[in-house]
Design a protein around this ligand. Structure first.
Ligand code: UDX
Length: 440
């Protein structure tokens, strides 16, 4: 195998896999992507990205059918690449905290059976500590070649910035068991390393833990400021000013200190829960018991948002028309996994309100999960006749709303700013009853 320009494969064409495959093609590699879902592969072959992510469709179009191909055949994949990146999902197990590793196990096993020559299988999925060792044993047991090896390379990309984060990552983490594996990974990321991305070369367990530790820290930072929001609500203080003031301390920093409805998505919530579960198995549950509190503070913000809205409509949602702005768990994404916005919308609907939701990109996904809610075709249609407006995902379109103009569309000027992105002075001057989380 040449170490200069290894041929790459990506197993699993979900969010992470498609992004990785497309970006590696953009970096100049020959890439083949595999999924067991033939419909997904058919879409990708036609150049369709099955989710919303800025910049990704253009890059797929640029490389599709040239340096980038897709297949459903493991034999073809094993034949076509030297380094294989496993990018399948590790969702939360239903009714439990732990992660479901079925897809990881099946991807490693299916691929291993076809490895007839020296190859490196790199896990990118977020997994509990101890998984990489097990996958390495699985590959040794199943691969026809004695020279098939495993490495772990966690991924830190953010939805909405996935392309930039992959092309210009903050850092690369290589969990390896041999110098050969490190050399292969350095070759697979040569253009990124040449641009100056720092590389941390470590063992399997550290590589696995870096990812969950990073997400736990970020979740803790968000819940810290949201806990301060609870205290602010009890004292009449303003949590946004508090965040700005403490954020000027470079040891603290203002990023990830945005108070509001809290975190959701396919990573932070399930990763901290899987971490709690794994720490329990390892006998160190006390070390991460604070993460339960982080989770609870986060969920309390959703309940509090429902309560603040209730205050504005005088104590009953019965027969009230409520406009929910935002369904995605964050802006610039159509991902609704564990979306705080949809959770709040559903809770208010259960209390008897007539809830209409609008989101610039996540409507189809939201409709599938919550068919009981109404969906508007535009922002104006959503606001028409509203008694209460809740801004729950901070899309640019919502941040830019003119309170005077939309004041004429709604029935009553009541707004809950669930992300602290509107200017209370301007909104109040336009005759709105403005409420926010953590602010007077
Ligand atoms: C996260 C990590 O940032 C990323 O490194 C990892 O690879 C995957 O998980 P992502 O889920 O895309 O990425 O979203 P992120 O931008 O981290 O936001 C997570 C959630 O936290 C969102 O719901 C967002 O609205 C919320 N959030 C974020 C806050 O409530 N306040 C903040 O200050 C920042």
């Amino acid at each position: 195998m040449t170490t200069e320009r290894p041929r790459l494969s990506v197993v699993g064409t979900g969010y992470l896999g498609v992004t990785h495959a497309v970006c590696m093609a953009e970096l100049g590699y020959e890439v083949i992507g595999l999924d067991v879902d033939a419909d997904k592969i058919a879409l990708l072959r036609k150049g369709v990205v099955p989710f919303y992510e800025p910049d990704l469709p253009d890059l797929l179009e640029k490389h599709n059918g040239r340096s980038l191909r897709f297949t459903t055949d493991y034999a073809e994949l094993a034949e076509s690449a030297d380094i294989h990146f496993v990018c399948v999902g590790t969702p939360q197990l239903p009714g439990q905290y732990g992660a479901d590793l079925r897809h990881v196990e099946s991807a490693f096993a299916s691929l291993a059976r076809h490895l007839t020559r020296q190859s490196l299988v790199v896990g990118k999925s977020t997994v509990p500590a101890g998984t990489a060792v097990r996958m390495a044993q699985l590959v040794r047991d199943l691969a026809p070649s004695p020279d098939a090896e495993v490495a772990w390379n966690p991924e830190f990309l953010r939805e909405g910035f996935a392309v930039a984060d992959t092309l210009r990552p903050d850092r690369l983490v290589f969990g390896v068991e041999s110098e050969w594996a490190e050399t292969q990974l350095r070759a697979a990321f040569a253009p990124v390393i040449d641009q100056g991305a720092p590389v941390v070369v470590t063992d399997f367990a550290t590589a696995e833990l870096v990812k969950v530790a990073a997400n736990s820290f970020l979740a803790t930072k968000i819940s810290f400021i949201n806990a301060m929001a609870e205290v602010c609500e009890a004292t009449g203080a303003d949590v946004t000013q508090l965040a700005t003031a403490i954020g000027y301390d470079p040891r603290i920093g203002r990023r990830f200190l945005a108070p509001g409805l809290g975190f959701g998505g396919g990573c932070l919530p399930k990763d901290i829960r899987a971490f709690i579960a794994r720490a329990g198995e390892l006998g160190v549950d006390q070390a991460v018991s604070f993460l339960r509190e982080v989770d609870e503070i986060n969920l309390r913000r959703r309940a509090r948002t429902v309560e603040i809205g209730l205050d504005l409509v005088d104590g009953s949602y019965q027969g009230i028309r409520v406009t929910v702005l935002g369904a995605a768990f964050k802006p610039d994404s159509d991902d609704i996994r564990d979306s705080p916005a949809l959770d709040v919308a559903a809770a208010i609907s259960r209390q008897g309100a007539d809830v209409v939701v609008y989101d610039p990109h996540a409507m189809d996904n939201a409709r599938r999960l919550h068919p009981e809610l109404d969906y508007a075709v535009s922002l104006d249609a959503a606001l028409d006749g509203a008694d209460l407006v809740l801004l729950l995902t901070e899309w640019a379109e919502f941040r830019a709303m003119d309170p005077t103009a939309i004041g004429g569309i709604v029935r009553q000027r009541n707004v809950v700013d669930g992300r602290n992105v509107l200017d209370p002075v301007v909104w109040r001057a336009a005759g709105w009853h403005y409420r926010a989380l953590g602010r007077p």
